[in-house]
Design a protein around this ligand. Structure first.
Ligand SMILES: *[C@@H]1O[C@H](CO)[C@@H](O)[C@H](O)[C@H]1NC(C)=O
Length: 334
């Protein structure tokens, strides 16, 4: 009930922040910025899900049901989608019924009627990218907030959403039978250089206590696709320099948590939104591997000024793994 009561405020807030963002930043090389209020006690909770849109099949609906339950329990503020929103080939256009069949009519729980901050995955790039990015989709379902790269500022935490598909060489060099919609991305090197600069600048300027970066592709992963070399060499150094706490991705259809021995960044994959392959594990370094699950599910994150807690759930809502980290309270005794 509480979720429904707050809904109109959310929508108004949203529209305002979108208008503010586009008018304030249109002339500068800065990522669009949205404001996400924290709860009155200063905390935030959200769910993360990736690789999901299959019209309910491959347990997508079961995962959605459990997201609704956990979402209610945690009183979540929003949902993050790590991309590959619509299989197999993104949305065909603005009127593609996949938007309703795979999103609106699947994630129906009251607790999930919150903003869905969404990046594009490689499968989304095989469709009409402009359709997924269009504000017109928000008219069909006001939860949908999909942009290429953007910042969500939520007081104690800044979220940086990064469009990772254009980094991956093989989509350009060996697209096989797939046709990618690169409108707005070419010339590629200019796009990538600007994006890296913008990400670096946004992280540098961030005064938030926590910094979380979200992209579709893995940086480090023991799953089917493994590490994404292009992101390891181009994006990861920026995350290191700017003390990013968490990199959150999809792409590999699994749930996993890797702690690198040479970095403070935690690498978490939430790509279990529908189809997942049992036994699809490539590499296990016990020093780095905290958790790997080759099945369907999702994750939650709860953040306060002092603490970040991540929990992974399977298709039945059972807790598979949880992890906590703390920030030192430098300026106060609280
Ligand atoms: C749905 O989830 C159950 C439990 O993990 C699993 O046994 C089953 O294979 C899944 N079904 C599909 C179609 O993925």
């Amino acid at each position: 009930m509480a979720a429904l009561k707050y809904k109109p405020i959310h929508i108004i807030f949203y529209v305002f922040s979108l208008i503010f963002t586009f008018s304030a930043n249109s002339s500068k090389a800065e990522l669009p910025r949205l404001l996400q209020p924290a709860k009155p006690d200063g905390t935030l909770s959200f769910l993360a899900i990736g690789d999901w849109g299959r019209r309910g099949s491959y347990n997508q609906s079961d995962v959605a049901l459990q997201m609704g339950e956990i979402g209610q329990k945690l009183d979540i503020d929003f949902v993050i989608s790590t991309g590959d929103n619509f299989y197999d080939n993104g949305l065909l256009g603005l009127h593609d019924p996949a938007f309703q069949d795979s999103f609106t009519n699947i994630y129906t729980a009251a607790s999930l009627q919150k903003p869905w901050y969404t990046v594009l995955g490689n499968h989304d790039y095989r469709g009409d990218v402009g359709a997924q990015l269009s504000p017109m989709l928000r008219a069909l379902d006001n939860r949908w907030v999909c942009m290429r790269s953007f910042v969500v500022s939520a007081d104690i935490v800044d979220f940086l959403f990064v469009d990772t598909t254009p980094f991956v060489d093989k989509y350009f060099v060996q697209p096989n039978k797939h046709v990618y919609d690169w409108r707005g991305v070419l010339p590629r090197q200019t796009y990538l250089n600007n994006l890296l600069k913008e990400v670096d600048m946004a992280l540098r300027e961030s005064t938030a206590k926590w910094k979380i970066v979200i992209g579709h592709h893995t940086i480090k992963s023991a799953g089917h696709h493994g590490n994404t070399m292009e992101l390891e060499t181009q994006l990861l150094p920026i995350l290191h320099e700017n003390d990013v706490d968490l990199y959150l991705n999809g792409h590999d259809h699994c749930l996993e948590h890797i702690s690198s021995v040479d970095s403070k960044v935690q690498f978490m994959t939430s790509g279990g939104g529908s189809k997942a392959w049992k036994g699809d594990v490539n590499y296990l370094d016990p020093e780095e591997m905290r958790f790997y699950y080759d099945g369907q599910g999702f994750m939650s994150v709860h953040i306060s000024e002092a603490e970040l807690r991540a929990v992974f759930y399977d298709v039945s809502g059972h807790v598979l793994h949880h992890w906590k980290t703390y920030k030192e309270a430098l300026y106060s005794a609280t």
